[in-house]
Design a protein around this ligand. Structure first.
Ligand SMILES: [Zn+2]
Ligand SMILES: [Zn+2]
Length: 310
């Protein structure tokens, strides 16, 4: 595996970085691949390359000293924190519920219009390092990021497990339009959901996944900058339920990477409920918290760090 004895493993199993760089200069596993090699093979090679020759943290640019398939340093990983505070018991938005039981809190939006899902929860805020790791998977093609994100999702699913009240829900990842999926090579929501289910199965929680229960039948333009009404209009007719018989009377757990405005998961939930679902729960890795005043500053800092690192 490691050629010419150039890469030295220390007693702790860590790569000697100087040795790795030398070996890299002489024989790069990536430079040896010809243009005709398909994307999957290139991705596998890149992943192997990161494992053999740790470079820089893709979030902060620090030199990596530990061998890992995920090119993110310990400091950045430790920066990922689960949500803490009071949240809307329906949609998961941050609420400032002084003197109220956190479970009883319902945000202004949900008071005005009850969402079609029974409950939406997220692992963390769509900020800082968590946003960085999500971007590595989605835009940086760093598939090992799904391992970490799936772990977060598994923990969040376990948190709301008591709400399932004994009936095991069917897990449905938010689908991508086939063109988008082909372009990216994977659906990040499905990838994360599959990892989470594996983690849960190891803890004795068995959930069934049906990734083709919902289908995205047309491409949709970006939701950014649209009003609430425009976002809903943009998604109208984008999804279709493929297997109504499988849904009838069942609880559904819709999984996505990010809950931004909730329009996408609401549209999926609406269709699933109309198709006969008993209840729909929504679990995402991250959530945009409107109440977080530090959000914009933190996001800018991470984008700058990522730009500097690449
Ligand atoms: Zn870092
Ligand atoms: Zn709410």
């Amino acid at each position: 595996m490691v050629r010419q004895g150039r890469v030295v493993f220390s007693s702790s199993g860590h790569l000697n970085r100087a040795g790795a760089q030398q070996a890299n200069a002489v024989h790069s596993p990536i430079s040896g691949l010809k243009g005709g090699v398909n994307r999957l093979l290139r991705e596998a090679a890149a992943s192997l390359f990161n494992t053999l020759f740790p470079g820089e943290c893709r979030l902060c640019g620090e030199a990596l000293i530990n061998v890992s398939r995920l090119p993110v340093c310990r400091t950045c990983l430790n920066g990922v924190k689960p949500l803490s505070g009071s949240f809307c018991s329906l949609c998961g938005e941050q609420v400032f519920a002084f003197g109220q039981q956190p479970t009883a809190a319902i945000c202004g939006m949900c008071r005005r219009a009850t969402p079609p899902f029974a409950r939406a929860v997220a692992f963390g805020s769509y900020d800082g390092e968590l946003r960085g790791v999500l971007h590595l998977l989605k835009y940086g093609q760093v598939r090992p990021a799904a391992g970490l994100l799936g772990e977060y999702l598994a923990n969040t699913i376990q948190q709301i497990q008591p709400a399932f009240s004994g009936a095991s829900p069917i897990v449905v990842p938010v689908p991508l339009y086939r063109g988008k999926r082909r372009q990216r090579g994977f659906n990040q929501a499905e990838l994360i959901a599959r990892v989470a289910l594996k983690r849960l199965a190891a803890r004795g929680v068995k959930l069934e996944i049906k990734p083709r229960l919902l289908k995205r039948q047309r491409a949709t333009s970006s939701q950014t900058g649209l009003t609430r009404h425009q976002r809903r209009a943009n998604l109208r007719g984008a999804f279709v339920v493929k297997d109504r018989a499988a849904i009838d009377g069942r609880d559904i757990l819709v999984v996505d990477d990010v809950f931004t405005t909730g329009t996408t998961v609401s549209e999926c939930s609406r269709l699933l409920m109309r198709a006969g679902a008993r209840r729909v729960f929504v679990v995402t890795v991250a959530r945009v918290l409107k109440g977080d005043v530090n959000k914009i500053q933190q996001n800018t800092a991470v984008v700058q760090k990522m730009a500097a690192a690449s």
